[in-house]
Design a protein around this ligand. Structure first.
Ligand code: G
Ligand code: G
Ligand code: NA
Ligand code: MN
Length: 250
């Protein structure tokens, strides 16, 4: 059956739930925050990937409602974390055309008493932002409220550098495709190193994605990367597992 037709119903039944993947300091391996990643807990079918249902939600105009529900729940979950931890939330390109986005997000945060300073918004580079002026206005507003902005999946799209030039990012997330071959392909290491140079000149904080082993971790540390994410540190998991990871750290 069609994913699209089931999605609205799934939202109403709270089947779309937040999972959390740790983002760690690469030097200390301590957790600095979590990225919220949507999961569909379907009563019968299993493993409907967000790569499938997020585009469907975008097409159906449901992505705003989906993000709102996830963020509400995430604010409740994050209340159990140490107060310096960031919550990173993916924002779809469509939402950057919705001038109501800052009001929607500040409403949710106010109600949950969750400070904007602890919120990071991830914008994927591969998204074509049709109206970059409107995106700048919306993101600038959210940033002035205290949110941090991250450019996600860097290196996979074709407008990443333009986005860096036009939008007020604080963080760059270099895509997993470069990390995967970091230790086996000279080109990957050189690209990862050059991206680090870009981040230093633009004064951007860095997150390397898709770290799966110690040699990748070591290489990224050497190249100066600040934070990282990947199966080596933790897979996306339910709130209770995220809390258990944090308890384990103490
Ligand atoms: O968690 P991972 O497996 O499988 O995610 C697949 C894709 O779905 C990634 O590109 C991720 O950024 C995106 N994604 C996951 N959760 C959300 C969400 O809540 N909102 C948006 N816009 N994208 C999400
Ligand atoms: O587009 P975005 O970067 O938000 O998507 C993150 C995606 O990467 C999610 O699907 C998440 O489950 C996946 N992911 C996170 N860490 C790893 C990893 O170490 N290896 C692999 N293969 N996938 C990962
Ligand atoms: Na992301
Ligand atoms: Mn990413």
């Amino acid at each position: 059956k069609n994913v699209a037709s089931e999605l609205a119903r799934a939202l109403d039944r709270n089947e779309i739930v937040p999972y959390y993947q740790p983002i760690v300091n690469l030097q200390t391996r301590r957790i600095e925050g979590f990225e919220l990643l949507a999961r569909w807990q379907h009563p019968i079918r299993q493993n409907i990937s967000p790569a499938e249902f997020i585009p469907a939600a975008e097409k159906l105009g449901l992505i705003g409602a989906l993000t709102e529900r996830l963020l509400r729940q995430a604010c409740v979950d994050a209340a159990n974390w140490p107060a310096h931890l960031q919550l990173s939330v993916n924002i779809s390109p469509q939402q950057l055309h919705d001038s109501g986005l800052p009001k929607q997000i500040s409403g949710i945060l106010e109600q949950a008493r969750f400070p904007f300073q602890r919120l990071t918004l991830e914008i994927t580079e591969s998204a074509v932002v049709d109206d970059i002026d409107l995106a700048r206005l919306i993101l600038g507003h959210l940033r002035s409220l205290g949110a941090h902005l991250a450019l996600d999946d860097f290196g996979t799209g074709y407008s990443g550098l333009r986005h860096l030039q036009e939008l007020p990012f604080d963080i760059l997330k270099v895509d997993a495709i470069f990390v995967r071959t970091l230790c086996t392909k000279t080109e990957s290491r050189k690209i990862i190193a050059a991206v680090m140079g870009l981040c230093q000149s633009l004064k951007l904080a860095t997150i390397a994605e898709g770290i799966e082993n110690d040699s990748q971790l070591e290489m990224l540390r050497c190249l100066g990367y600040g934070n990282g994410q990947g199966w080596l540190f933790g897979r996306p998991a339910p709130a209770a597992e995220a809390e258990a990871l944090l308890k384990n750290e103490q």
